[in-house]
Design a protein around this ligand. Structure first.
Ligand code: CDP
Ligand code: MG
Length: 208
């Protein structure tokens, strides 16, 4: 049965928001990226291709009032951890540059916005996606396997880190981002047969 979405209650109904960024599309990695989320057992419940406006991008990254401070601090740490000197020690100054660069990056071409649903969707998608900086993100993750950018290189060229994918960091961030990018009626709640083996409380009900 297909019907429009209702409020999630069980872990299996958790939803997260993902964007394949313009470099992911230009690198012809759409299928590869979607395949990774699909094969772990997550269900695609929303998807669209678009070129976002600058406003969409700015609002997206400032939905969480703490993001500016956090991204600034994380970026400074990215330099310090490698024994390098950060461009400034003021997190908000760095964050401001990052936001300006993100605006250019994400409006540079088409992106694919998606909503994935399944148990612990937010954490699972972050795990598969990998850490922000491809140079230090784990092998086996999307950002670790398919691209080779670094804080240092993006700083030299005054541009965003090209890391192929955006994925929500928390359940709250996911809820806000999904609302920002999708109308309620654009999300589809439906059953797929693999949900049975993933979530049936008693496997005997399926195996007979
Ligand atoms: O995307 P993620 O949640 O891993 O990282 P974030 O800290 O929320 O930063 C959002 C995006 O900003 C990153 O994915 C990068 O594309 C970009 N960024 C950057 O270009 N330079 C930095 N020093 C930090 C982040
Ligand atoms: Mg983030």
């Amino acid at each position: 049965m297909t019907h429009t979405s209702s409020t999630p209650t069980h872990h299996k109904n958790e939803r997260t928001f993902v964007i394949i960024k313009p470099d992911g599309i230009q690198r012809t990695l759409i299928g590869e990226i979607i395949g990774r989320y699909e094969r772990i057992g997550l269900k695609l419940v929303g998807m669209k291709l678009m070129i976002p406006t600058a406003d969409m991008v700015r609002q997206h990254y400032t939905l969480d009032a703490g993001w500016m401070q956090a991204v600034g601090e994380k970026s400074i740490k990215g330099f310090v951890d490698k024994g390098q000197i950060p461009p400034t020690t003021d997190p908000l100054a760095i964050a401001n540059d990052i936001l300006n660069r993100l605006e250019k990056y994400l409006t540079s071409g088409p992106v694919i916005a998606m909503v994935w649903q399944g148990a612990h969707a937010v954490k699972i998608v972050r795990k598969i996606t990998g850490g922000t900086e491809p140079l230090t993100s784990d092998v086996g993750t999307i950002r670790g396997d398919y691209v080779l950018d670094s804080y240092q290189m993006s700083e030299i060229d005054n541009r965003s880190i090209r890391n192929l994918v955006h994925a929500s960091g928390t359940v709250k961030e996911a809820e806000d981002e999904i609302k920002h990018w999708f109308k309620d009626e654009e999300l589809v709640d439906y059953s797929i047969i693999s949900d049975e083996i993933l979530y049936a409380p008693d496997m005997k009900d399926i195996l007979g």
